[in-house]
Design a binder for this molecule. Structure first.
Ligand code: PHE
Length: 454
């Protein structure tokens, strides 16, 4: 058996559908429903959304294809896959650091992701108990402030979320999550449509749509462009090895291009629907679109508090949000877990406990950055802001573009042709995008953000 046909130590997905579900579960998460609306709000709306969409299709999809392909050929955790592929093609072993950067990014992201997912868990209970029925903006805002001002409460929910994440990781990702995601994503879709229908009845609907879809380039800063690109990487879970590690469990005959498109399409639809549901509520209640990470925790409770069956829909919505975050969080730590198992010979359970504890401790930094340490800043950024900025805007695009370069320039053409199994036109388009478009675009956006062009 040729080496690249060997299977992964952790088994393979049972079907193409299982991979699509797991990768979509990884992609759809807080990034779509929590982060996309609030950073769109902070960065002026339409122009940001347009750049984000361009980044998804011109960079995100081709890089996702490259990443899945590297994983499937490497059949190991990202560090060893990169080492192995570099060796196979006669290139430097230093490529393994690309894997390390990804493992580190995943750890950083999970540490804060878990804290925010904790907010979502707490909202399951507050919404469920009817706290927001008939509430006005002042009340929901006050509720959010009270929550984030209490480190102990945040630690409690953060701990619970880390615990459920590591339980799934400890059992191996193929079993439970595959089944959960299968009903979760469609259900989330339906609920978002209910929210959009509600948004249509509010006075701010037209203004919300205009905010999201009519681009005004004077409203976006150079830094905003960087953030739109960073969000495209973050939301697709690319550039850090999560998709690579899932690709490592992908059977050889599955079409990489088709699955990547399906995943990107589902992911983008969820984000756009979330925006269309949220901005009308912002404008009809006189809220601030750029108010930051609390945006959905203020707008959505307001909507649920004032719509028919709001307590029911609201509780269900936050439950689904927790599930969506859950299926993303396991993919954030899977590269590190796979590395530990493959290199240190520890069991999956031990690897999960050790990494879970480490991530939990690191997450405390994010907990405190909303209260005790909110004044501790570097370049005006709190601990949470620094982690988020560093990972989304720097590590993921850098990681993604290095994967594109590896796949486009260093891997043998026959190898990528064989893996992707595309028609000639489609293959050449992909190759052009990963060889030229993505490296140039990421470089320009980086240079632009540090002020080289201004
Ligand atoms: N894509 C996930 C989300 O949008 C976050 C994520 C990033 C997950 C990177 C895995 C890797 O919520």
């Amino acid at each position: 058996m040729a080496d690249n046909d060997r299977t992964s130590l952790h088994g393979l997905w049972t079907s193409r559908w299982a991979f699509i579900m797991a990768a979509t579960g990884s992609a759809v998460g807080l990034g779509n429903i929590w982060k996309f609306p609030y950073i769109t709000g902070e960065n002026g709306g339409g122009a940001f959304v347009l750049i984000y969409l361009l980044c998804i299709f011109l960079m995100g999809v081709p890089i996702m294809m490259a990443e899945v392909m590297l994983g499937r050929r490497g059949r190991r955790n990202p560090v060893d896959s990169m080492r192995h592929l570099a060796e196979e093609t006669g290139h430097s072993q230093l490529w393994r650091f690309l894997g390390w950067m990804g493992v580190t990014a995943g750890f950083f992201i999970l540490s804060y992701y878990s804290v925010i997912a904790g907010w979502a868990i707490s909202y399951v209970f507050t919404t469920g108990s009817g706290t927001f029925s008939g509430a006005d903006a002042a009340l929901v805002e006050q509720h959010f402030d009270t929550l984030t001002q209490s480190p102990l409460t945040l630690i409690l929910w953060h701990s619970l979320f880390m615990l459920i994440t590591m339980i799934v990781v400890a059992h191996g990702i193929e079993g439970g999550i595959e089944k959960a995601v299968r009903f979760l994503i469609p259900a989330l879709f339906v609920l978002l449509i209910v929210m959009v229908l509600y948004a249509m009845t509010t006075s701010g609907f037209a203004e919300g749509l205009r905010f999201m879809f009519s681009p005004d380039f004077s409203k976006i800063s150079t830094e905003g462009v960087l953030k739109a690109m960073g969000q495209a990487f973050f939301t697709l879970s690319i550039g850090m090895g999560a998709i690579m590690v899932y690709g490592a469990y992908l059977p050889k005959e599955t079409s990489i291009a088709q699955t990547s498109f399906i995943i990107a399409f589902a992911d983008t639809s969820v984000a756009v629907l979330a925006g269309v549901a949220i901005f009308p509520i912002v404008f009809s209640n006189g809220l601030e679109a750029g108010s930051g990470p609390g945006l959905i925790f203020v707008t959505l409770p307001l909507a649920f508090g004032n719509m028919a069956f709001g307590t029911f829909f609201g509780t269900l919505f936050f439950i689904l949000l927790v599930f969506a975050a859950w299926s993303s969080s396991i993919s954030l730590i899977e590269p590190a877990v796979a590395w530990l198992i493959e290199n240190k010979g520890v069991s999956r359970i031990k690897a999960s406990i050790a990494l879970g504890l480490l991530t939990w401790v690191f997450g405390l930094g994010t907990v405190f950055s909303f209260n005790e340490w909110s004044d501790v800043t570097v370049f005006d950024k709190t601990f949470f802001d620094v982690l988020d900025y560093l990972t989304s805007n720097i590590m993921l695009p850098l990681g993604g573009v290095l994967m594109a370069i590896f796949a486009g320039w260093l891997m043998k053409r026959e190898a990528s042709q064989d893996e992707l199994a595309l028609g000639r036109g489609a293959y050449l388009t992909w190759r052009f995008l990963v060889r030229f478009v993505t490296p140039v675009a990421v470089t320009l956006v980086f240079l632009n953000a540090i002020g080289v062009f201004s």
